[in-house]
Design a protein around this ligand. Structure first.
Ligand code: AMP
Length: 215
C-alpha cells in the first residue's frame, strides 16, 4: 500500500498517517517531522529549512525530494509507505512518480482530507508539541495528563512557531496556491479519494480505511 495523505495544515494528516502506520506496519514518511528534527539538531539541512518553516513558506523542492527518495530506499518502505506532507507541489509529485517508476513502483491511492478553514485554525491554535520527541497534543481535544508536560518523556510542550495565527494564515495561503492543485493532478490519474476530515480521529480513520478499500 503506497499512500499519500493530502490536506491543508491541521487536516489531521499526521494523526491518520500514524494510525495507518500502526495498523499496517508501513512507515509514515513526514517531511515536516524530518525537517523539524533536522532544525532541532542544527544540521545543514535544518539551518536552511528553519527560517522558511518559521515563516510558513515551503522548503525548496530539490531538498525535500532528496529526503523522500532516501526514505523510500529504506528497507522498511519496501512493503509500502504513508506519505504525510509530501508532495506539496506539482514538481514534487512529478519527482515522486519518477523515483517510484525507476523502482517499478507506483502510488496506489491519494486520500484528501477536507476540513473547513475555521476548524483548521481552531485545531492548529490548540496544538502543542513536545520540544524533545515531537509528540502532538491538543489543549482541548487531546490534552496531556499534566498541563504543559509530555506524557511520554516529561519534556515541556511548546507551540510550534509556525502554528501562531499569522503564520497559519500564510501556510493556508501557500497550501491553496501550491498544494491544492495536486488534487486535480491525482484526480486525473484516478487516484484521488476525498473524505471529510471532521469529527473524531477514530471516525475519520474508518473513512480513510474505507477510501483505501481496507475493511
Ligand atoms: P508540516 O509539519 O507538514 O505542516 O510541515 C511544516 C513545514 O515544513 C512546512 O510549512 C514547510 O515549511 C516544510 N515542509 C514540510 N513538508 C514539505 C514539503 N513537502 N515541501 C516543502 N516544504 C515542506
Amino acid at each position: 500500500m503506497n499512500v499519500i495523505l493530502l490536506g491543508p495544515p491541521g487536516a489531521g494528516k499526521g494523526t491518520q498517517a500514524k494510525k495507518l502506520s500502526a495498523e499496517f506496519g508501513t512507515p509514515q514518511i513526514s517531511t515536516g517531522d524530518i525537517l523539524r528534527d533536522a532544525a532541532r539538531r542544527g544540521t545543514e539541512l535544518g539551518k536552511l529549512a528553519a527560517p522558511l518553516m518559521q515563516s510558513g513558506q515551503l522548503v525548496p523542492d530539490d531538498l525535500v525530494v532528496k529526503i523522500v527518495e532516501e526514505c523510500l530506499r529504506q528497507p522498511d518502505a519496501s512493503r509500502g509507505f504513508v506519505l504525510d506532507g509530501f508532495p506539496r507541489t506539482i514538481p514534487q509529485a512529478e519527482a515522486l512518480d519518477a523515483a517510484l517508476a525507476k523502482a517499478g513502483r507506483k502510488i496506489d491511492a491519494v486520500v484528501s482530507l477536507d476540513v473547513p478553514e475555521s476548524t483548521l485554525i481552531q485545531r492548529i491554535s490548540g496544538r502543542r508539541s513536545c520540544a524533545k520527541d515531537g509528540s502532538v497534543y491538543h489543549l482541548n481535544e487531546n490534552p496531556p495528563r499534566q498541563a504543559g508536560i509530555c506524557d511520554k518523556c516529561s519534556s515541556p510542550l511548546i507551540q510550534r512557531e509556525d502554528d501562531q495565527e499569522d503564520k497559519v494564515r500564510e501556510r493556508l495561503a501557500v497550501y491553496a496556491r501550491q498544494t491544492a492543485p495536486l488534487k486535480d493532478f491525482y484526480a486525473k490519474r484516478g487516484l484521488l479519494r476525498s473524505i471529510e476530515g471532521v469529527g473524531s480521529p477514530e471516525g475519520v480513520y474508518l473513512d480513510v480505511k474505507k477510501a483505501l478499500g481496507k475493511p
